[in-house]
Write a protein that binds this ligand. Structure first.
Ligand SMILES: CC(C)[C@H](C(=O)O)[C@@H](O)C(=O)O
Ligand code: SF4
Length: 772
């Protein structure tokens, strides 16, 4: 696998290089994807696309699906089927649609009746589906979590989900290399969540734009896999494409005996460990950006505002808006403080909270629950706490925690002990905050309305959330614990291991390999065709709407309640919903889109950087498109949003030069039309005078101007993909036929057969829960 290239390379360079199927002269790369995780929110439109084009899933054996965002976290003792269990109609439709799709396309699926169900980023590592040196994608921004294994793991939009399902590849380009080195001893009371919150405070939410971050240094080396996952998870909040940590003994130990990892101590395992051990940055390799953090300076950290970069040590105070360097920064701090209902100068420890949420893909692993349980053990939550909940990340985490009695510890202290799911991290399910409720949360995003309209989120580590529950205010956990106990250290008890998996036996595998008739092999069945399905983009002329904001997140572009659709259309009314409408649905007259002539805008001009940060929801470009906006002009974009717009025949223009951008914004503010001419790469004013030239990648331009469907284009490269797969089968045979799907002809071209799927239908009563 390692290439002959002698130039020192980073970990990212190595994994990326090993997955190149084809590279064009302009740097556009067709990248092979080893692992594809699928959930109910971002997949319906992708499967619909496959159906419309009569395409199959190329590698069901490399695809694993679960349902997590919409699921209620109430007890499942009487669970019969999703149709009965999920009460909210749109959530139910999304869950049922996934079940229909996994059945139709023959994919492995952990449904609500399966103990292995859980948050997609918890179950991949837990099952050994995530392995070092792999490329891992999911229609979800926190796919970066899996980088903790030395995998190149990143979130994609729904169009890309469809591309991966059909071709097992993605069209991409190289990212920059960034390194965050954290050295030194981690002080007591400080955990990996504090490290990443602190790091985001240092570099900002746009700090990692266009880069893959490698985390290294002695403090990172000393962390458990769970703690490393929490760090890589929030790389997306640092603006990065992905985060990675070089695999080492800690990684290999975690993987031993996991159901989908190579069998421990087999020849395959030895070969895998040898390859995995080569996955580290070479001496002398250079990084585009380097950040150093001294672990001993980190204090338990909490957020005060509405962006993950708005953090302070718990010993600090709510910042004064005058302390921010620029007027846009002061303005966004003012808005954040108003939303959060906070007054500058208030000590963080004086802030009373209403609710506590311990969960999410950042912090719902067994180690997180153990650490939080140690804080609440023998204590009671404060009287002012209306609700405190612990939501394990998966059924297996829950089971393990219960076997250690952690559930009892939490329940005795006054917490609710729930079933696995995303829960109150984003409230697409019944777990939400009411307006103005303040929550101590172990999740990863504190955006406006994220946990419920008007809800106020403070991000922190599990032990800090536990401490807040006991004290009733944001609290310094160090005052509650024995000085010698560092929550960052591994629990002395055995870690959640493969021994708790229910499907690790040959019998189970045999059962699962019993194929039903309808599950025909899908692999390598590409029927190359270019459907030419994209709208063409050439020149757009129209009113441009000005927006003077930085870090506009996709939760703001389209809030979570609109993600429950299984269609791409009709989302225009949801665009900037919370900014545009009052709670009673009437328009906010001051919001720019509610003013003339901007109601008819075709172009959006944003003067602040990092537009479209946060979630991978392709609903954001769909909403813009449905409103009528086909072109966005901004200094910079979050990577996933940037890709998503192109896939919908839209043009996101990056104009980093502030003076040029302000000239364009002036035209927009004056309500005059502007013209974006893609073939000539020019922005003109209404009279045809040039306002700016712009850059755009050759391949993307070609696709836009010709309205090309890139799945069809990629399918024409089937021979190249096949030969990549043949080589992969020889070099890394453990990557074929994973999941609970059959492997055959291990050393030749792989033939993969789909897993059996039990009968399930919309609303129909099932005799058995969905377990396969
Ligand atoms: C629903 C999904 C697109 C989204 C994401 O990509 O992050 C969600 O998981 C979130 O955390 O906002
Ligand atoms: S960030 Fe929250 S909503 Fe998104 S996958 Fe993780 S737990 Fe689910």
């Amino acid at each position: 696998m390692p290439s002959a290239d002698r130039k020192p390379r980073t970990l990212y360079d190595k994994v990326f290089q090993d997955h190149i199927v084809h590279e064009r002269d302009d740097g556009t790369i067709l990248l092979y994807i080893d692992r594809h995780l699928v959930h109910e929110v971002t997949s319906p439109q992708a499967f619909e696309g496959l159906r419309n084009a009569k395409r199959n899933v190329r590698r069901p054996d490399c695809t694993l699906a679960t349902t997590d965002h919409n699921v209620p976290t109430t007890p499942r003792k009487n669970f019969k089927n999703v149709g009965q269990f999920v009460e909210e109609a749109d959530s139910r439709t999304q869950c049922l649609t996934l079940e229909e799709n996994v059945k139709a396309f023959g994919l492995t699926y952990f449904g609500l009746g399966d103990k292995r169900q859980g948050i997609v980023h918890i179950i991949g590592p837990e099952q050994g589906f995530t392995l070092p040196g792999t490329t891992v994608v999911c229609g979800d921004s926190h796919t970066s979590t899996h980088g903790a294994f030395g995998a190149l793991a990143f979130g994609i939009g729904t169009s890309e989900v469809e591309h991966v399902l059909a071709t097992q590849t993605l069209i991409t380009k190289r990212s920059k290399n960034m390194r965050i080195r954290v050295d030194g001893a981690i002080p007591p009371g400080v955990s990996s969540k504090d490290i990443i919150l602190h790091a985001i405070g240092v570099i900002g939410t746009a700090g990692g734009t266009g880069a893959v971050i490698e985390y290294c240094g002695s403090a990172i080396r000393g962390l458990s896999m769970e703690a490393r996952m929490s760090i890589c998870n929030m790389s997306i909040e640092a603006g990065a494409r992905a985060g990675m940590i070089a695999p080492d003994e800690t990684t290999f130990k975690y993987l031993q005996g996991r159901p989908l990892a190579p069998k421990f101590d087999s020849q395959e395992w030895m070969k895998a460990v040898k390859y995995w051990s080569s996955l580290k940055t070479d001496e002398g390799a250079t990084f585009d950006e380097d950040v150093f953090i001294d672990a001993k300076e980190i204090i338990p950290t909490v957020s005060w505002g509405t962006s993950p970069q708005d953090v302070v040590p718990i010993t600090g105070v709510v910042p004064n808006t005058d302390d921010f360097p620029t007027e846009p920064a002061r303005d966004s701090a003012r808005r954040a403080l108003e939303y959060m209902g906070l007054t500058p100068g208030t000590p963080m420890e004086n802030i009373e909270i209403d609710k506590v949420f311990i969960g999410s893909c950042t912090n719902s692993r067994i180690e997180d629950l153990r650490a939080a349980a140690r804080i609440v053990d023998g204590k009671k939550i404060a009287l002012n706490i209306k609700r405190a909940m612990v939501v394990p990340g998966s059924g297996l985490v829950k089971k393990q925690a219960e076997s250690e009695g952690l559930d009892k510890t939490f329940i005795d202290a006054g917490f609710e002990w729930r079933e696995a799911g995303c829960s109150m991290c984003l409230g697409m399910n019944p777990d939400i905050l009411s307006p103005k409720e303040r929550c101590a949360s172990t999740s990863n995003r504190n955006f406006e309305g994220r946990q419920g309209a008007g809800g106020r989120t403070h991000l922190m580590s599990p032990v800090m959330a536990a401490a807040a529950a006991i004290v009733g205010k944001l609290a310094d956990v160090r005052k509650l614990v024995d000085e010698n106990v560092s929550p960052a250290k591994a629990h002395p008890k055995v870690q959640l291991g493969p021994e708790v998996s229910d499907t690790d036996t040959d019998d189970d595998l045999e059962r699962l390999l019993d194929l039903p008739e309808h599950s025909q092999p899908h692999a390598n069945s590409a029927t190359a065709s270019s459907s030419g399905g994209q709208p063409k983009f050439s020149t757009v002329r129209g009113i441009a709407v000005p927006m003077e904001r930085s870090n506009v997140d996709t939760d703001a572009i389209i809030p979570k309640q609109f993600l429950k659709t299984i269609k791409r259309t009709g989302l225009g009314t949801a665009l900037f919903y919370a900014l545009r409408f009052n709670e009673d649905g009437t328009e906010k007259p001051d919001f720019v889109l509610n003013k003339e002539p901007y109601r008819h805008a075709k172009i959006l001009v944003v003067t602040g950087p990092n537009f479209g940060c946060g979630s991978s929801r392709e609903h954001a470009p769909w909403a813009l498109l449905d409103f009528g906006v086909t072109c966005i002009i901004a200094p910079s974009y979050a990577d996933i949003f940037f890709n998503n717009t192109f896939k919908n025949g839209m043009l996101p223009l990056a104009i980093p030069d502030q003076n040029t951008l302000l000239k364009i914004a002036e035209e927009a503010k004056a309500g005059r039309e502007i013209e974006v001419d893609l073939p000539n790469q020019r922005v003109n004013d209404a009279s045809g005078n040039k306002l700016a030239d712009f850059e755009v990648e050759e391949f993307r331009k070609h696709c836009l101007v010709n309205g090309l469907d890139d799945i069809g284009l990629t399918m024409q490269m089937d021979d190249k993909i096949r030969s990549f797969e043949d080589r992969r089968s020889i070099d890394t045979p453990w990557l074929d036929g994973s999941g609970y799907l059959k492997r055959s002809n291990r050393n030749g071209p792989v033939k993969v057969e789909a897993a059996p799927v039990p009968k399930t239908n919309r609303g129909e009563l099932l005799e058995e829960p969905l377990e396969w």
